[in-house]
Design a protein around this ligand. Structure first.
Ligand code: B16
Ligand code: MG
Length: 208
């Protein structure tokens, strides 16, 4: 491995809890329950696609304009919750593993679908640990399309086969596979398939 490409939500930072809370508030406003099981389907998926899944759960039809407004509303709720983020929001072993890779001369990229990635990196204090950043603001195709990771490898000046992707979503694993990367699945609930290696948290990577 010459390069490591990290997903953000669910791999480095526990923002999934805030995504869920903000989607749940929106669903409650519409008058239906949005469960943890429903929420699993949103992991790694873009904001608009997530809204469409939520609306299908509630059996709600909407125009594109309405969808834009609701996606914006959810994001405003979510960004407000992100005010609570700090270094303690980093997942177990995340900062230590990034530091280890850096000290070992491995190049590090971010490969996240989130448009809020710059804010999250800043609030958790890890923005300076990346040699390249690719997020929802810089790509047009969402995972499982490999664009995010291919762009990350390109910015690092490396070939996909020299990089490992760390992912917690099935869409992200498929994206990495499609791009020719090896994949480590961060799989807390034993639900992911098709990865080269499975860990429950990045701290597992520190155990030799
Ligand atoms: P935003 P990741 C993804 O982040 C989340 O897993 C997914 O739940 C979210 O819908 C997506 O970012 C977009 O996030 O609304 O902040 O742009 O896992 O790719 O780091
Ligand atoms: Mg993720």
């Amino acid at each position: 491995m010459k390069g490591a490409i990290f997903d953000l939500d669910g791999v480095l930072v526990d923002t999934a809890v805030y995504h869920f809370a903000a989607w749940k508030e929106l669903a409650n406003k519409f008058g239906f329950e949005f469960t943890e099981a429903d929420n699993e389907r949103l992991k790694g998926v873009s904001r608009m696609k997530s809204l469409e899944i939520l609306l299908s759960v509630g059996n709600i039809a909407a125009s594109d304009k309405q969808k834009e407004e609701w996606a914006k509303e959810k994001n405003e709720r979510y960004v407000k919750m992100l005010e609570n983020l700090n270094e303690n929001s980093l997942l177990n072993g995340a900062k230590q593993y990034l530091t280890k890779l850096h000290n070992d001369g491995i190049l590090i990229a971010l490969g996240s679908a989130s448009k809020n990635a710059p804010l999250i990196l800043k609030k958790t204090g890890i923005e300076d640990m990346f040699d390249a950043i690719v997020d929802g603001n810089s790509v047009s195709k969402a995972k499982p399309d490999p664009e995010i990771f291919l762009k990350g490898a390109e910015l690092l000046g490396l070939k996909p086969e020299d990089c490992t992707v760390f992912e917690d979503s099935q869409a992200g694993i498929e994206a990495a596979r499609a791009g020719g990367f090896s994949v480590v699945a961060v799989d807390k609930f034993n639900v992911l398939k098709n990865a080269d290696r499975y860990i429950t948290q990045l701290a597992d990577m520190l155990i030799i």
